[in-house]
Design a protein around this ligand. Structure first.
Ligand code: NIG
Ligand code: FE
Length: 412
């Protein structure tokens, strides 16, 4: 199956295969080609170039993209999109003045979602999550990381990870799975923290590893959740089972989570709303990708990750949704890119780099995803006719997507 796209107004994010992430000032550059063609064979990009040099190609399908642009699909490296039910009541409680912390302290928040998840069948969780996954595919996401963390029991965590595995088997989108048993302490372990950590390390991890249910390990390192010492212990155990860390840090407080992540070679450290100069310093010259989640800042009315300071320090930055029922009930990467521009003062080039190539890096996929590169997956967004790619973040409430292709397949 060969598909040829012709007359592409601009082909964005063209990269050599050797580029795995972009940092600091490099993020301001978005390599592109105007008046281009693109060739796809089955699920792989096999060629592109200027229409002036269009070779003779025997294509099964020719798609005329006059006036339209093509860019790689979004790489959403941080979601919790497998969950049961919703938390609209907490949303209204926050409107009426309660804080996220107060809601969690009364047994709501993550524990509320955990109760719902444990009361819901695996088939029903799959059905609810499938709808969310299909929605984000239509919104242009072609690779996504999904976490467990609403089970908080051996059965619940395994159930979530099996649902993620089933989603990966049934849909063309690339999925990476992260084990987040250390998302919160269940009520029955409130006064027995060691007991829950032992359950994670001695019961959950061995079974997850045995069934090959996760790629990464995550911990919510935060006041009221897991301390830095507990985070280190859990990361260490995860590493022993072959899971690289990708952790939640600095959402509400800077307590040393970034330093712990760097020490254990985390692939990414995510949230970073509260960042001190020492936190930025420790990320320099590491392989750890910082990840910002601006929809979470928007929804909870908390600070935005200080992107400008991070880029000025030469750091890379990725953008992801954090799609979850409590702090970010949205998986829309178009909104994330727009919000990063509007609220974090990232340029459109920086935001698109952060949401594609750097997002791919943050889930270990930058050799196959995140750019228009020969040999990479045929994952891309065909836009509606637009004057410039600035329109993507500028017209923040509009859907400017014409068609999404994932693994060469048109998404309906
Ligand atoms: O990334 N911060 C920890 N976990 C999620 C929110 C979880 C929830 O409220 O259900 C987050 O924001
Ligand atoms: Fe999260």
């Amino acid at each position: 199956m060969t598909t040829l796209f012709i007359n592409i107004k601009e082909l964005l994010q063209i990269r050599e295969i050797s580029v795995l992430k972009v940092s600091g000032a490099e993020m301001a550059i978005l390599p592109s080609l105007k008046n281009a063609y693109l060739v796809v064979e089955n699920d792989i990009i096999t060629g592109f170039g200027s229409m002036d040099n269009l070779p003779k190609i025997a294509a099964d399908t020719i798609i005329d993209a006059t006036g339209k642009m093509i860019l790689p699909t979004w790489c959403d490296s941080h979601t919790h999109l497998v969950y049961a039910g919703n938390r609209e009541q907490e949303f209204v409680d926050r409107i009426n003045g309660m804080t996220y912390e107060e809601i969690a302290n009364r047994g709501g928040g993550i524990l509320n979602s955990a109760q719902k998840l444990n009361e819901t069948s695996e088939a029903e969780i799959f059905n609810q999550s499938k709808v969310r996954l299909q929605e984000i595919m239509r919104l242009g996401t072609g690779a996504v990381e999904i976490k467990s963390g609403y089970g908080l029991t051996v059965d619940g965590e395994l159930k979530m990870l099996r649902v993620i595995q089933q989603l990966a088997a049934q849909f063309p989108i690339t999925i990476k799975a992260t084990f987040l048993g250390a998302h919160a302490f269940p009520l029955e372990y409130k006064n027995n923290r060691k007991g829950y950590i032992d359950l994670i390390i001695n019961e959950m991890l061995p079974r997850i590893a045995q069934d090959n249910l996760a790629d990464f390990i995550d911990v919510f390192c935060e006041k009221g959740y897991f301390t830095v010492a507990e985070t280190e212990e859990i990361m260490q155990a995860g590493i022993q089972f072959g899971l690289q860390p990708k952790i939640h840090v600095n959402q509400f407080h800077s307590i040393g989570g970034i330093q712990a992540g760097v020490k254990y070679n985390a692939l990414s450290v995510d949230h970073l709303e509260i960042l001190h100069p020492a936190d930025i310093e420790v990320l320099k010259n590491t392989q750890t990708m910082p990840v910002a989640l601006p929809s979470c800042s928007y929804f909870l009315s908390i600070p935005y990750t200080p992107a400008r300071e991070m880029l000025a320090a030469g750091l890379p930055l990725a953008l992801a949704t954090d799609y979850n029922p409590g702090s970010t009930p949205s998986g829309n990467m178009n909104f994330v890119v727009a919000t990063a521009c509007i609220k974090m003062k990232m340029t459109p080039e920086e935001a698109i780099n952060a949401a594609t190539i750097n997002g791919a890096y943050a889930m270990g996929l930058s050799e196959t995803h995140g750019s228009i590169t020969i040999g990479k997956k045929a994952n891309f967004i065909l836009t509606k006719p637009i004057a410039s790619y600035y329109q993507l973040p500028y017209a923040f409430g509009s859907n400017l997507i014409d068609t999404v292709f994932i693994a060469g397949q048109r998404i309906k």
